[in-house]
Design a protein around this ligand. Sequence first.
Ligand code: NDP
Length: 243
Amino acid sequence: MNTKVALITGGSRGIGAATAIRLAQDGADVAFTYHQSKERAADVVEQIKTTGRRALAIQADSASPEAVKEAVSQTVAEFGRLDILVNNAGTAAFAPITELSISDFDHVVNVNVKAAFVAAQAAAAHLGPDGRIITIGSCAATRVTGPAYSLYSLSKTALIGLNKGLARDLGPRGITANLIHPGPIDTEMNPADGPMADENRGHVALGKYGEAWDVAAMVSYLAGESGRYVTGAEIAVDGGYTT
Ligand code: NDP
């Protein structure tokens, strides 16, 4: 069987890095994008190589549709195919509605929503039967527990519609599309010792933060043979945050 090829956006840190390494452990060659963390991207490349799989780090700002499209093209040029797209790169601007600017809106929507749309569109040209599109949303898409979430939350809610549409458009080709909603996961975006951590923990049924590997494990499930009849789904990996 041919080695699968995965592309993960935002693979230099956090959930994306864990996912890149996990998919390599599962046997895939892995390309991933990063924006600023060049050295950390190089470190992830080394970790992927220890699994025996091939790795490619691509500098690509998700705010640029051209850069996102180019990342898909580079992946196919390097590895000859694309089987799994993981839309992971994300950003946040947490502030009350009265303090958010139009440029905040544009940046968050470009990175969190437009890039996922563009990447899925570009990937769809290359994915074969059994292809996978897995998008990382957020528990904040469906549950907002306090102020300052309007922009981040709307960007993640938009992914629900995108995911359902992808499942319908691409299902006839045998391609699945699924959306994972993480809860509080200990990364630089949301550190378990950060200022909001205790409040976040208070909303989690399990009473603690998850780790990036918890989300990567769900990506692995959906990307593998086990996930072949799952599509259009939203799967919470949130410790019960939305329960
Ligand atoms: P981190 O901030 O730890 O990592 C973000 C990753 O995305 C980095 O690799 C970063 O690259 C990349 N990235 C950010 N902006 C851009 C950009 N403009 N272009 C390309 N890459 C970019 O975040 P997490 O790992 O926590 O989050 C990953 C995803 O999970 C996001 O979509 C986030 O919204 C979602 N999520 C996270 C939760 C959490 O509690 N941590 C909860 C729910 C959802 P670089 O380092 O090069 O800048």
